[in-house]
Design a protein around this ligand. Structure first.
Ligand code: AQP
Length: 332
């Protein structure tokens, strides 16, 4: 059994379709045959300004969505990052191993800080990738299921793990990214050259899982395509249609070739309508399951307490080893 670990931010209440197809769906599959740890990364969520009451609420909503998507607390360890203090503690040690220039090269930081301007960009946002390094290394993860946008952070994770291992002694497992190509990057429906993202300039191209499915249907139907009329796959020339085909394929289980054959002689409208229906078939029961968990806060608390306990069992062992190796005086 491999050790698998991943996390998702509770920054906006609803996950989007990119989060689900790019990451969460893999989490559900991987819990069956692996030793899986999944968390809602609330420490990461305060790297940008947040409202405290909203963050607490969004953390609960995030956990409920993970359960609604099919995570089973009996099969995986599901927890909230701030319940396990070892994350912040290991992050400090790893910060002290990271070069300033190395951190400054992270493209996600460059993108996000450029959007925010230097005055509102925090040091927390700058060291966010190093906290992610700690998240992964604490659990000695073998594989990390994420979307393509996280690949660079995983490379940093491997670099820092190797650096620690060679500076002190072998301590950390080197994790591998687990990024299935077909769903690695779900694109914005209005701008198919940009990844679907909750911080996009306009919400028109964003499918939020907790939105009214009728609103999502409208968004699918007004997705940007091209002036051609034939449904075929070409990521460069037909980025919009290709994105819709990939989403359809992920939800229906049919291959792109099967879909292209299925839509032969039909217009883009047929693809969009079918996709909207397919999505609604999945999302309506997902929303019902999520709501059932939100209606039972005691059960959510029970799940999270159990998860934090299981996570700390592993995290505390790694942290104690790290503290010893770097030369901290262990408390008597
Ligand atoms: N468009 C996407 N396609 C595939 N995977 C995606 N992920 C995010 N967007 C896409 C994956 O979702 C997981 C959770 O990501 P996160 O918690 O880091 O969420 P995020 O990056 O904050 O999501 P956004 O919408 O992309 O936020 P902003 O706009 O703030 O950066 C990760 O595994 C991620 O790869």
């Amino acid at each position: 059994r491999l050790r698998v670990l991943s996390g998702i931010q509770p920054t906006s209440g609803s996950f989007h379709l990119g989060n689900y197809l790019g990451a969460v769906r893999q989490w559900v599959d991987l819990q069956e045959t692996n030793d899986a740890f999944y968390m809602v990364v609330d420490l990461h969520a305060i790297t940008v300004a947040q409202d405290p009451a909203q963050l607490r609420e969004n953390t609960r909503i995030s956990v409920a969505q993970l359960l609604g998507a099919g995570l089973d607390p009996e099969r995986c360890t599901l927890f909230v990052q701030s319940h396990v203090p070892e994350h912040a503690q290991l992050a400090w040690v790893m910060n002290c191993l990271t070069g300033f220039g190395e951190a400054a090269r992270m493209t996600q930081f460059k993108d996000k800080s450029a959007k925010q301007g230097t005055d509102s960009t925090t040091v927390g946002l700058f060291t966010y990738p190093v906290l992610m390094v700690a998240d992964v290394l604490l659990y000695q993860a073998d594989a990390v299921p994420v979307g393509e946008d996280q690949r660079q952070h995983l490379e940093l994770t491997r670099d820092l793990a190797e650096r620690f291992n060679s500076r002190y002694q072998p301590t950390f497992t080197l994790p591998k990214p687990y990024i299935p190509k077909a769903t690695a990057k779900i694109m914005d429906l209005q701008d198919p050259t940009a990844k679907m993202s909750k911080s996009a300039a306009s919400p028109k191209g964003l499918i939020s899982l907790l939105d009214d499915p009728k609103l999502s249907a409208k968004k699918f139907k007004s997705a940007v395509t091209d002036t051609d009329t034939v449904v075929s796959y070409d990521e460069e020339k037909k980025a919009g249609v290709s994105n819709l085909l990939r989403i359809h394929s992920a939800l229906s289980g049919q291959s792109i070739e099967q879909l292209v054959a299925h839509f032969e002689g039909k217009m883009y409208g047929a693809l969009k309508t079918e996709l909207a229906e397919l999505y609604a078939e999945w999302v309506v029961p997902f929303q019902q399951r999520t709501q059932a968990y939100l209606d039972d806060p005691a059960e959510l608390d029970r799940v999270l307490a159990l998860g934090a306990e299981k996570a700390r069992e592993v995290a505390s062992v790694t942290l104690a080893t790290v503290f010893d190796r770097v030369g901290f005086l262990l408390p008597a």
